[in-house]
Design a protein around this ligand. Sequence first.
Ligand code: FVH
Length: 288
Amino acid sequence: MSKTISILGLGAMGTALDNALIDAGNVMTVWNRTQTRADALVARGARRAKTVSEAIAASDLIILCLTDYAAVDATLADVGPMLANKTVVNLTNGRPDEVRAIAARLEGYGARYLDGGIMATPPMIGSPHAFILYSGSADAFEGAKEQLAAFGQSHYLGEDPIFAAVNDLALLSAMYGLFGGYLHATALAGSVGVTAKQFLPLVEPWLAAMMTALPDYAERIDSGDHARDVMSNLAMQSVAITNIVTASRSQGIDPAFMEPMERLAQKRLAGGFGTDEISGIIEVMRAK
Ligand code: FVH
């Protein structure tokens, strides 16, 4: 069923979201601080709102996709009372403290607030590989889920509005860990003349093979038992980690990405857990 929807924020992601909603047959109203960014969407049939108030008045479902929460605050600064009985879906990346503050503020105006974390790049939106995390008002999710399905798979995580943001940041930290590790590895291999393209057939299957360790780590983490059936103990791995840091320096590569891992491994080792699996490092991460 098509329904009027307003999108505020037409950057790379907001534009992809709007295109997906148009493709799904929805009637769209669009607003962007820089108005010209709406032109292509207007050419596809979206209605241009000249002001934020116009965009809010046009729809019961309001989607925000802006750089950060400061931009969200600035955009909604003068329209709070207009949000009564509306569903606001905020797909802007943010911290839990920011999510709590905006959820309380908008709910104070009588809005239903749903926070979201987009786990996709703009070209992935609308494909089966895209998934979006949601948390906050269950009523808001129930009422909007048919429309939100246009973006990809929806995962509703619960009523606490911060769940989506925390899980989003957690998944992004896994991604940046992977990217940072890949970049460090490629720089180190490059120090002996290996190009990134030459290194790729080695690093890609290696990372894929190492991913298969995650189910076992998850079991150890949840049970707190990092000591059973250990194959690659921490004492042995910490030698390799220190070798990476030391060799990086001598090869002229900044070891900054790997140094925190070395510190954490040494801390866990100093606690007497050298015979445990490396998954036990999570215990020193949690202890701060
Ligand atoms: N693009 C991506 O790969 C990621 C994928 C995962 C989710 N993120 C999050 O999506 C949010 C928006 O990201 P984006 O890619 O659309 O970002 P930009 O293309 O840089 O567009 C930014 C929009 O925000 C508007 N904006 C910025 N500041 C303000 C403000 N003070 N008042 C009103 N609007 C503001 C900006 O407007 P303009 O510069 O065109 O006038 C754009 O519409 C983000 O949270 C990602 O983490 C994307």
